[in-house]
Design a protein around this ligand. Sequence first.
Ligand SMILES: Nc1ncnc2c1ncn2[C@@H]1O[C@H](COP(=O)(O)OP(=O)(O)OP(=O)(O)O)[C@@H](O)[C@H]1O
Length: 230
Amino acid sequence: MTEPLVTLQNLEKRYGHSMAIHDVSLQLYPGEAVALVGMSGGGKSTIMRLIAGLEKPTGGRLTYQDPAPVMRVMYQDDRLLPWLTVQDNVGFGQHGQWVTDLLAAVGLSEAAEQYPAQLSGGQRQRLALARALLAKPQLLLLDEPLGALDALTRRKMQDLIMRICAERHLSSLLITHDVQEAARMADWIIVVKDGTNVYQTAGAKGQEAATVAKVGEDVLRVILDEQVRA
Ligand SMILES: Nc1ncnc2c1ncn2[C@@H]1O[C@H](COP(=O)(O)OP(=O)(O)OP(=O)(O)O)[C@@H](O)[C@H]1O
């Protein structure tokens, strides 16, 4: 049986007297795409920061596959270095075949010598994705990375991320406020509410638009506490 990359058991994080998350249990398996959705302040980013090792839990258990998976985070603000060219933002001065391949994979070969300020929002996010891929991660942590993009560019980025994850057998954990995006991209959707995971359902990754739409609608109803259609 395949071992999970990451396992959370009754995970808890407090900030002083304030409980950010509690009783969060979930497993991330190799190659799987999981989406965390829910109202603002529910605890999604806290869960991701704990998994990324950026903060320590105050309770419960957080365990990783041995050896620990390489993880990289991608944020909405792309955190590019404006004084470096596109290829240097990816390779930090190394111009090996791997950097060339990464730029080609995200469709930025032509822009290798340009600077971030010369790129469109979609190109900047593609560059941020290439940079996240440099370390050959097994798990991509996607903290609402597409939130600032227009609908068409966003759709293309969704497809690019899905294609790259499939080709490289990468797992992903996506935080999104867009339930349709979650339905479209995820194998599993987890609803986080008041600091804990309250609901899990299959996503509709790779399925037809009508199925994606229904899954997204149903998840929205769960978030809004409305009854889910049979
Ligand atoms: N560094 C911190 N110090 C104190 N409280 C925090 C800290 N980080 C998060 N919290 C609290 O923990 C709770 C969960 O926040 P979190 O950012 O994880 O939610 P979220 O679901 O990611 O929200 P959003 O969708 O708005 O990003 C909130 O009540 C928040 O105020």
